[in-house]
Design a protein around this ligand. Structure first.
Ligand SMILES: *[C@@H]1O[C@H](CO)[C@@H](O)[C@H](O)[C@H]1NC(C)=O
Ligand SMILES: *[C@@H]1O[C@H](CO)[C@@H](O)[C@H](O)[C@H]1NC(C)=O
Length: 184
C-alpha cells in the first residue's frame, strides 16, 4: 500500500513538473531568437521641405497661446505640409503636426514638439517624433528624433533644419530637413 502511494505521488510530481517545464519552455524560447535573427537595425536618411504658412485664409500654423506679437511665450499649433522639393506645389510626402513655442528669453529659440507623419510609399502611416530646441536664426539647427511608429518603431536619431525661404512680413517659412534615423 505504501509503495502504491509513493508511486502515485511520484507520478503526480512528474506530471506537475513536466507541465511547468513545457509552459516555461514555450514562454521563454521564442522572443530572443526572433529579435536577433529577423530584426536588423537600419539607418534611414530622409530629405524634405517643411512649409509653415501663417498668413492668408488657410494658415498651416495658428497661435494657440501666449502674446500675439511674436515674443517669449508665443505658442503655435502647426499642421504643415512636408514636400519633396522646395516649391509648395511639389509632391506631398507627409505632414508636420504639433506645437512650437518661443521658449527663449535671450534669443529666438523655439521649443519644438512635433510628429512627422509620412504619406509616401512604404512610409505611409509611419511617423517620427521630434522634441528639440530650434534657434531659428542659426543657419543649420539640430533636433533630436526621440521615437517613431510603424516602420520607425524604436527610432532614434537627429534632424538637421535649414531655412531656405523666410518672409519677414508674414513670417512664412520654407525649411529644408535632413533626417537620419536608426530603427528596426
Ligand atoms: C496611405 O494610406 C492611407 C490609409 O491606408 C490610404 O488611404 C492612402 O491612399 C495612402 N496614401 C498613399 C500615398 O499611399
Ligand atoms: C541636406 O543634405 C544635402 C545633401 O548632402 C545638403 O546639400 C544640404 O545642405 C543638407 N541640408 C541640411 C539642412 O542639412
Amino acid at each position: 500500500m505504501a509503495s502504491v502511494l509513493t508511486l502515485f505521488s511520484f507520478y503526480l510530481m512528474l506530471f506537475s513538473t513536466s507541465c511547468f517545464t513545457t509552459i516555461n519552455g514555450v514562454f521563454s524560447e521564442q522572443s530572443p531568437m526572433d529579435i536577433t535573427t529577423k530584426r536588423m537595425e537600419k539607418l534611414t536618411h530622409l530629405h524634405f521641405y517643411f512649409h509653415d504658412t501663417l498668413d492668408g485664409t488657410n494658415p498651416t500654423a495658428i497661435r494657440i497661446a501666449g502674446p500675439s506679437k511674436r515674443s517669449f511665450g508665443t505658442t503655435m499649433m502647426a499642421d504643415d505640409p512636408l514636400t519633396e522639393g522646395p516649391e509648395a506645389s511639389s509632391k506631398l510626402v507627409g505632414r508636420a503636426q504639433g506645437i512650437y513655442a518661443l521658449a527663449s528669453q535671450h534669443d529666438i529659440g523655439l521649443l519644438v514638439v512635433m510628429n512627422f507623419d509620412f504619406l509616401k510609399g512604404m512610409y505611409n502611416g509611419s511617423a517620427l517624433s521630434i522634441l528639440g530646441h530650434n534657434p531659428i536664426l542659426d543657419r543649420v539647427r539640430e533636433m533630436p528624433i526621440v521615437g517613431g511608429s510603424g516602420v520607425f518603431r524604436y527610432a532614434r536619431g537627429y534632424a538637421l533644419a535649414k531655412t531656405v525661404q523666410f518672409n519677414q512680413k508674414t513670417g512664412n517659412a520654407v525649411v529644408e530637413y535632413n533626417v537620419s534615423v536608426l530603427h528596426f
